[in-house]
Design a protein around this ligand. Structure first.
Ligand code: MLT
Ligand code: MN
Length: 312
């Protein structure tokens, strides 16, 4: 299986369009070591020709331009795409807005939890994806699904499970001050592998996660690779930076640091390779020269970047 991180940033990207925080400023000024990152998405393929996209980012058009594997086959039909299926892990704007770019009468299968599919069904703009061409297929929580394209199985099997998280920002119910109306299936994690592959050849992709539970630890144990929520380094990073009032927890994202953070809570889990994705533009690990980057590197974590291939 081939796997590529095509967008390693959180919502907003790096730099974010309206952000004048030091990191966005420095990457715009092309300061050495800082690399622009597009919004959150990965792609996987069993045969190198047919691809499954996990999340459809608002930057998908540019991501396809930067990824030859995702471009139309020059020997194929006048309209064709190697993207045969899309899997969504939540209904946040950074994960669904790219669906609007995938219009123009192209067939593919769209997989998501019931909660996420309901969000799409309740937003008439997603009718641009012609339902006679784009099948919407429900993913079970805690079950296994063989991903198929319009012409049959793609040789990729996924296991989908609810993770602690939050409903999409634009759906928050303020009459529920604790969970904002969130329910199981609003945020999911995905185990991605070829059917019958050893655990060591499986990847877990979890770009949004509020907390690491014992259940999650045992689920990912033994995996070849973990691509995990790297939104913020400290929970109060956005207020501390002065860019906004929200903590990581309020956004449904675990911090990297701290006793309950991802570095500490995943420390003893048996995973061969661990890579942060969905990195917010305030996260100091974006700077390879930062002490925070050294902390994550010493803990055995990579900071994902656009175009990064994960060999399994
Ligand atoms: C998130 O990951 O918290 C969201 O992408 C935020 C947003 O929708 O802007
Ligand atoms: Mn997001």
């Amino acid at each position: 299986m081939k796997l590529k991180i095509i967008g390693s940033a959180a919502g907003g990207g790096f730099p974010q369009w309206n952000c004048n925080y030091r990191l966005s400023r420095e990457v715009r000024a092309a300061r050495t070591g800082l690399t622009p990152r597009s919004q959150s998405s990965i792609a996987a393929s069993a045969d190198g020709a047919n691809w499954v996209l996990f999340n459809a980012s608002p930057d998908i058009r540019e991501q396809i331009s930067n990824t030859p594997e995702l471009q139309p086959d020059t020997d194929g039909a006048l309209r064709n795409s190697p993207i045969k299926a899309v899997v969504l892990t939540n209904a946040d704007v950074d994960h669904i807005a790219g669906l609007l770019t995938l219009r123009e009468k192209q067939a593919f299968n769209l997989y998501a939890s019931t909660r996420i599919l309901d969000t799409l069904a309740n937003n008439p703009i997603f009718r641009v994806l012609d339902e006679t061409l784009v099948n919407r297929i429900e993913l079970p929580l805690g079950g296994t699904t063989q991903i198929e394209g319009p012409d049959g199985p793609l040789g990729i099997e996924i296991e989908t499970y609810a993770v602690p998280g939050k409903i999409a920002l634009f759906l928050e119910d303020n009459s529920d001050p604790v969970n904002f109306g969130s329910d199981d299936g609003d945020t999911i994690g995905v185990r991605i592998a070829e059917p019958g592959a050893d655990a060591g050849a499986a990847v877990h992709y979890i770009p949004g996660c509020a907390r690491v539970t014992d259940e999650l630890r045992s689920r990912i144990s033994g995996a070849g690779c973990l691509l995990f929520d790297g939104t913020v380094f400290t929970d109060t990073e956005m207020p501390d930076a002065g860019v906004g009032a929200k903590t990581g927890a309020r956004m449904g994202h675990i911090a990297m640091s701290g006793d309950e953070g991802s570095l500490a809570s995943l420390k003893d889990v048996d995973v061969a390779r661990r890579v942060f994705v969905h990195i917010n533009n305030t996260n100091p690990v974006l700077d390879p020269a930062s002490p925070e980057r050294e902390v994550v590197a010493r803990a055995g974590w990579e900071v994902g970047h656009d175009g990064q291939e994960v060999e399994l």
